[in-house]
Design a protein. Sequence first.
Lengths: 182, 526
Amino acid sequence: MLEAVLPIAVLGLMFGLGLGWAAQRFRADSDPVVDQIEAILPQTQCAQCGFPGCRPYAEAIASGEADINQCPPGGEAGIQALADLLGREPLPLNPENGVEKPPRVAVIDEKICIGCTLCIQACPVDAIVGAPKLMHTVIASECTGCDLCLPPCPVDCIDMVERPASLMDWRWPEPGRKRGAA
Amino acid sequence: MQRQAEAVERARLAGERIHHFHGGLRLRHNKKISCEVPLERVPLPARLFVPLLQHAGSDLANALVQPGQAVLKGEPIGAYEFPDRGFVHAPTSGTIVAIENGPIAHPGGQAGMRVVIEPDGLERWTTLSPCPNWPGADPQDLLETMRRAGLVGLGGAVFPTSTKVQGAGAAGVHTLILNGAECEPYISCDEMLMREQAGKVIAGARILRRAVGAERAIIAIEDQMGVVEQVLKKALAASDAEHVEVVRVTTIYPEGGERQLIQVLTGLEVPSGGLPQDLGLLVQNVGTAAAAADAVIEGKPLIERVVTVSGNGVKRPRNLVALFGTPISALIEQCGGYEDDVQRLVLGGPMMGYALPTDAAPVIKAANCILALTAKDIQAPQPEMPCIRCGECARVCPAVLLPQTLHWQASNGQWDDARDSGLMDCIECGCCDFVCPSHIPLLDWFRHGKGMVRKRAAEQAAADLARQRFEAREERLARIKQDRKDRIAAKKRQMSESSESKKKVAEALERARKAREARSGGDDKQ
Ligand code: SF4
Ligand code: SF4
């Protein structure tokens, strides 16, 4: 009996020590879970989740401080992906954080803009260009549609519009669905 | 590197021996019916509707004209945002009536912007700018002429020719392959073009060969094309072209696919993610070559093409030369109209084409074939059954993929896995779909899947950009904050330093005073 148990026990001990040593020796620098969570988040940086950006929200999810259903731009698909990653049950989007909307882009009415730079300071991705007392404009390809530039504008000249649909965006629908319903 | 150089050397032997590619299908040819009468020209319709979306890889062209404006035949009417994407030209002279949204040939039945031209019937050309003395012209001039002429691959991919040739030329190409192998049943536009305009195709071969800097050109045709070989050889003998050969390849679908044709001619595979130029090859469609000859020798932009109109649903199948923008209904009319039992209109071949909801859609650069099909041509949709893992799909797949695995991954939304299993290498030939005994719509899944993978990649790129910009901004804000802190600290230090030195001075003075007092006190004692 002992001849059987002992070698296994010794082996187990050896492997345990080896693994423990490897875990210390090859520890990743940044937290891989946070990185993986952040990779799923849409990087809109809109702060609707209640954290000042996607990375802080990712950290909060990893530490258990926040739930996985607080990101409206990521929507159902995002929640599903987070649930898969973390092995949790998907939850419906928390309505307190907002609702899922089609992708949008900010447009400044350049006739009304007074050049106050407040929106430039609010934009989390530096997608607005302009200078004091000069008209501002949005770089559409860089705008994430986060809405953060709307509240600070004193003359209400920024609109969020749906990204214009382009024929280039058309994709073959899933088989079984109606054609054209991309 | 070593292996690649070896492969390039072996590719030089292209056409010496005919090889095979994996899988493929022998399909009913169905080409004869449209090859019985010579090419005909579609009469000028009452209105032309020229779509602004015609070239691959770019968004709508911007209209260069306005309603009410008169245009000449061959004048540019649309320009793409990226200059290398070329132009869209007025196919005839007349007046611009409108620039409006309307039916176009689109797989999703979507509408698109079209420039509507009312022809004046005079066919007045704009000033043509051919490339003078082209047999000795600079390759760059040839490319520029082709770009200005709005030349795109007419095999169906409509990728801008000058861009493709330039890229290949920069990588180094020894052999130009002209693709005259139309793989899909029914389509015979290239066959008729080679039969009737062999001289032009050969001139185009020489132009493209010069533009890319290749030593030789091969015109690859199918072994079932009958007289085409003799016609081409005769035309070759009559021209002073050197190092241009005609090679016959076995007719197996889809040997007209770029990668399949290369494999048939060289026995080599273009690596996944690679391009033909990695083997020193460039493949161009024969129609593109003829268009290159028009552009370079006569200075004419691309404004028309040969279109096969065929199928049991049309009275007199044939090949037509049609101006871009001609409504498909006008082509059908030229062919005697529909048969009574016509059921479906398809743009492209029966394997890879897509159904058109209306014949009001106009002819575009990509339109090689219009099929009018009857009920007996169309397989009644059969109920889909679960995959039985028979492996038939993998046996016929010319891209050597495992369609059953791809389907499993795609239908479960495992897009990353599907991509890693080679989904993007699928050439959408539909062979797997054709043989699947369970009637699984494999091709539809893969088309959908490729779109999903592309969309996800685009979203990922946008998210990465946003993350970078966010991080850069955070860093900048932190830096500004730190700078301000540093400045304040420095100021404070300065101030405290100055108070310290004052203190030091005061102390020194104090010490001096004390010393003085001490001294004077001592004097007193003396
Ligand atoms: S459609 Fe794609 S997966 Fe199917 S046989 Fe053709 S290349 Fe292979
Ligand atoms: S041919 Fe159809 S049933 Fe057979 S393995 Fe492929 S997908 Fe499955």
